[in-house]
Every structure is written in C-alpha cells, then in structure tokens.
Design a protein around this ligand. Structure first.
Ligand SMILES: [Zn+2]
Length: 202
C-alpha cells in the first residue's frame, strides 16, 4: 500500500506536538477589564474574532514526538482547511462529504455521530488504512464517517474563573459562549452535522 505524505507524517501525525514545542515557556495569563490576556500579549495572540490562542512555537521534527499532545497551530490549520490530521495533505472527499475516522460510539445515540463536536481533523484514505493497522486506540473499534456539513462552531480551551484566576476548566466553548473572553483556546471545533457511516474498511 502507498502511504502519501512526508516522512514525518508516516511516523508522527501532522497534528502531534514535538518536545521542542511543548517545553517552551508559557505566557503569563492576567485579568483584563472583561476577560483575560497574556502579560506580554501581541496582535498575533488573538484571531479575527478576538479569541486568545495558546502560544505554540512551530518546530516539528525537533526533539521527541509527543503523540498525545495536539499541536494547537497545526490542528487549527488542518481543521480550518480540512487537511488530513496524519499527513497534512488534503483530507479524502467524495459526493457524501469529507472523511472522518472516529472511535466507534455508534451505540451512544441513534444518528451518531450527527451533532458531535470534534477537535480531531479529518483524514485521507491512505492514512485511514494505515492508522487502522497501527493505532492501538482504533483496534478497539472505529468508524469511517462521511460528513457533508461540518461547520466550525467554536474552540476547545481552558476557561479561567473570573473571580479566582488560578482555577480553570477545560472544555468546548462555542462562539456564542459568554465564557470565551476568559478562555485560552487550544483547538478549533467543528460540529459534524450531515453524516453517513461507512463500514470499517469500506
Ligand atoms: Zn493523510
């Protein structure tokens, strides 16, 4: 089987972090008049919506791969442009939509995964086949899902308590959420809306 993508993509997913990226010092979070900011904040720390994003250096390939740590900037890029989370190339797409590979929880609700908010970007066909063989988490069951409508609805991040700045809580914050000004965003969230499950290996 041919695996497309670069050498890094074959072994370390595009959206995974490297130790040179996770070990960088974090900016100090301070209260603002309504919300939070970084003590040394610059224009590039917020997106066009004014959302504060985690500051992450981009040095893939340097240090050790950190498979469990999603890289904020690469996740955002892959999610925004619908790129494969493993190789960073275009995700697979057909008449039924873009391809997603998810842990199989189809027993959770009748039209699963419709309505689910995801931080995992989509995937290309070659990387889906490769991941099914080598990824331990997927051996417990996965679903290949076609998604015709996958709107960006918000971010996943850490929200600081307005009254107790040392206390924080991680979770999905939709763009309408009043807690957004107190949140440092880490990943972009899409909601899977118009979904069709393909059988594994289909
Ligand atoms: Zn791929």
């Amino acid at each position: 089987m041919n695996i497309t993508g670069n050498v890094i993509g074959r072994h370390v997913p595009y959206i995974a972090s490297w130790s040179s990226e996770t070990e960088a010092p974090k900016p100090k979070v301070i209260p603002r008049s309504r919300g939070i900011g970084f003590a040394d904040e610059t224009m590039t720390d917020r997106d066009t919506r004014g959302i504060l994003w985690a500051r992450t250096p981009s040095t893939p390939g340097h240090g050790k791969p950190m498979f469990a740590a999603v890289h904020s900037l690469r996740q955002r890029r892959a999610m925004r442009r619908l790129l494969c989370q493993v190789c960073g190339g275009p995700a697979d797409r057909n008449a039924n939509g873009v391809l997603w590979m998810l842990r199989d929880f189809r027993a959770d609700w009748p039209d699963w995964p419709a309505g689910m908010g995801v931080t995992e970007p989509p995937i290309c066909r070659a990387c889906a086949e490769h991941s099914a063989r080598v990824c331990p988490a997927l051996r417990r069951g996965y679903a290949l899902v076609r998604v015709a409508d996958c709107t960006v609805i918000g971010v996943h991040g850490i929200t600081y308590n307005p009254r107790h700045s040392e206390k924080s809580e991680a979770g999905i914050r939709e763009f309408t959420d009043y807690r957004l000004p107190w949140t440092v965003a880490y990943t972009l969230v899409r909601e899977l809306r118009d979904t069709t499950i393909e059988e594994p290996g289909a």
